[in-house]
Design a protein around this ligand. Structure first.
Ligand code: SAM
Length: 212
C-alpha cells in the first residue's frame, strides 16, 4: 500500500507520541516503554492499522507494535489513535529488514503478516515478507514457542510462503485456503483493510499459523 504523498506527513509523524522514533534504543527494553511485562506482539506491514487497532483494543493484556515503512500510510494509523487512544499500541516507521536491530533475541511473542506485498519478480523474492530471508529475521526476534500468522488472498504468494517453511526450519501448525469458510480457523478473525476489500470481491483468503 502506497498512498499519494501527503504533505507534512513526515513532520506529523515526527511529532507523534504514538510513534517510537528511535526504536533501536528500545532493543531488549520494550517492556519498559509499555511499563509492564505483557507480551510483545508485532504486525509487519500494518498499512493504515485497522487490524492492529482492533486487536489491541480487544486484548489489553498484550502490547502491540505496528511496523510500516511508508509515512503516508502510517499517518492514517496515527489519526485512528488520536480518535481512540490505546495505551498498549505503538508504531514504528521502518523497513522490516532492520527488525533484528530493533528487537532482541526472543523479545517478540507473536508476529502478524497481513496481505504482504507480492513482489512478483523472482529476483525480488527476498523482499517478500514470508520469504526465507525474512523467516530468518523472525527466527531471531521471536520467542522459542512464538507463532507467526500470515493471511493473503494471493495464492501464488501463499504457495511460495508454504514452500519456504521447511527450508528455513519452520513448520505449519494450521493452514487454510478459505479462511472465511473454515470453522476451525475463522473464530476470532479480525479483518484487515485488504481482507475486507478482497473478500468482498469474492477472493478466498489463505492463512497459515507457523512455528519452529
Ligand atoms: N496489512 C494491511 C492490510 O492487510 O490491510 C496492509 C497491506 S499492504 C498490501 C502491505 C503494507 O506493507 C504496505 O503498507 C507496505 O508499505 C508495507 N510493507 C511492505 N514491505 C514492508 C517492509 N519491508 N517493512 C515495513 N512495511 C512494509
Amino acid at each position: 500500500m502506497r498512498l499519494r504523498n501527503i504533505a507534512g506527513s513526515r513532520e506529523k509523524i515526527a511529532e507523534s507520541s504514538f510513534v517510537v522514533h528511535k526504536p533501536w534504543e528500545q532493543r531488549g527494553k520494550w517492556r519498559e516503554l509499555f511499563k509492564n511485562d505483557n507480551p510483545i506482539v508485532i504486525e509487519i506491514g500494518m498499512g493504515k492499522g485497522k487490524f492492529l487497532h482492533e486487536l489491541a483494543a480487544a486484548n489489553p493484556q498484550n502490547n502491540y507494535i505496528g511496523i510500516e515503512k511508508y509515512s503516508s500510510v502510517l499517518l492514517r494509523a496515527i489519526q485512528k489513535m488520536e480518535e481512540d487512544e490505546l495505551p498498549n499500541l505503538r508504531f514504528i516507521r521502518m523497513d522490516a529488514e532492520g527488525l533484528t536491530g530493533v528487537f532482541d533475541k526472543g523479545e517478540v511473542e507473536k508476529i502478524y503478516l497481513n496481505f504482504s506485498d507480492p513482489w512478483p519478480k523472482e529476483r525480488h523474492a527476498g523482499r517478500r515478507l514470508p520469504s526465507r530471508q525474512f523467516l530468518e529475521r523472525y527466527d531471531q526476534v521471536l520467542a522459542p514457542d512464538g507463532r507467526l500468522e500470515f493471511k493473503t488472498d494471493n495464492r501464488e504468494l501463499f504457495d511460495f510462503a508454504l514452500d519456504e517453511l521447511s527450508e528455513a526450519g519452520w513448520r505449519a501448525e494450521a493452514v487454510t485456503y478459505d479462511l472465511h469458510h473454515d470453522d476451525a480457523m475463522l473464530p476470532g478473525n479480525i479483518m484487515t483493510e485488504y481482507e475486507e476489500r478482497f473478500s468482498a470481491m469474492g477472493n478466498p483468503i489463505c492463512k497459515y499459523i507457523i512455528c519452529r
